[in-house]
Unconditional design. Structure first.
Length: 343
């Protein structure tokens, strides 16, 4: 009887072992928890791959515990850390009354990412956008957007879309009543146990840039971010965002306040402000110097009338000359009388 009970206990343990292992694999890597579900995945067009060898990182919703809100990190083309590595996207999973965030990672194979249909080759299972052939990556142009004028390692396979799509909707989390009911497959479990590499610095910088954009938060965009995807990580600048012009003007002020400042910039700005404050004080001095020619003009006007004063003197001299002329030409009266008597 005791032997029978021991055998039954071992059988029960073996039956429950796979389920426990699968549950543990889903919960591995949970770093952030949220009390409500993330918004749906926005619909957007994937930009063209800018560099041969870059891989697509789909956009995702990240969580800010201080704001108590989700913010959208745009999809972007990024360089892998090493040839042969593939990107496994992050995902949100519902477990025990909260939503846990499972970060993405680099590995030799694509692991489990919640069965979320991100698009761009990530339709819920694996990656259908291409594969490595030695040190070169070949792109499936039926799935990813590639400019074939300068990227020639391409092929076309449309069958992978139907074969790798679990749920054709925009649900952004796994589990619960409304989430994607997907569980890790055997090949995905093996990929989850392989050696992984963390996101690169470029990917981390890209997420920080999205966090500094106030319009990226769900409270501001209502689940419709203005910048759903970009071609390069360094091209995502909150100062220049497509969309509403009024939204851009209102958000640029907040972005300038949230941008980090270096110590050199902070030292230079007070000096520039002091120089600007001194410039307006120097400008009024110029109008004070300009009226000087006007003060000299009246002096010239006072000097000009001098020739007019000299003219009367000349006029006075003219009559004297006239008076002198008759005296020289006409004889005196006595001589005239003598002349008349003689005649």
């Amino acid at each position: 009887m005791k032997k029978l009970l021991i055998v039954m206990g071992l059988a029960a343990a073996v039956m429950f072992l796979p389920a426990t292992k699968a549950s543990a694999q889903i919960n591995v890597g949970v770093s952030i928890q949220a009390s409500f579900a993330p918004p749906e995945i926005p619909v957007y067009v994937q930009p063209e791959c800018p560099v041969d060898g870059y891989l697509w990182q789909p956009g995702y919703w990240a969580w800010d515990p201080n704001e108590g809100d989700y913010y959208w990190v745009p999809g972007v083309w990024v360089a892998p850390p090493n040839p042969g590595y593939l990107w496994t996207p992050c995902y949100w999973g519902y477990d025990g009354g909260y939503y846990g965030f499972h970060p993405g990672y680099w590995g030799r194979h694509v692991g489990f990412y919640g069965g979320i249909n991100y698009g761009g080759g990530f339709f819920g299972v694996g990656f259908a956008g291409g594969g490595w052939y030695g040190d070169h990556f070949r792109y499936n142009t039926a799935v990813v957007n590639v400019n074939r004028t300068f990227i020639h390692n391409t092929y076309i396979d449309r069958t992978v879309i139907q074969r790798n799509t679990i749920v054709n909707n925009r649900v952004s989390f796994n589990g619960g009543h409304d989430g994607v009911p997907a569980r890790p497959r055997p090949e995905e479990q093996r990929a989850m146990n392989e050696h992984h590499l963390q996101p690169t610095r470029t990917q981390q910088f890209h997420q920080q840039a999205a966090h500094s954009d106030r319009d990226a938060f769900a409270k501001a965009n209502h689940g419709r971010p203005a910048t759903p995807a970009v071609a390069r990580a360094n091209s995502y600048k909150p100062e220049a965002r497509p969309g509403n012009s009024s939204r851009q003007e209102g958000s640029r002020e907040g972005q300038q306040q949230n941008q980090p400042r270096t110590q050199k910039q902070e030292k230079q700005k007070p000096q520039q402000q002091q120089q600007r404050s001194q410039q307006p004080q120097q400008r009024p001095q110029q109008p004070q110097q300009r009226p000087q020619p006007q003060q000299q003009r009246p002096q010239q006007q006072q000097q000009r009338p001098q020739p007019q004063q000299q003219r009367p003197q000349q006029q006075q001299q003219r009559p004297q000359q006239q008076q002198q002329r008759p005296q020289q030409q006409r004889p005196p009266q006595q001589e005239r009388e003598k002349h008349e008597k003689g005649t």
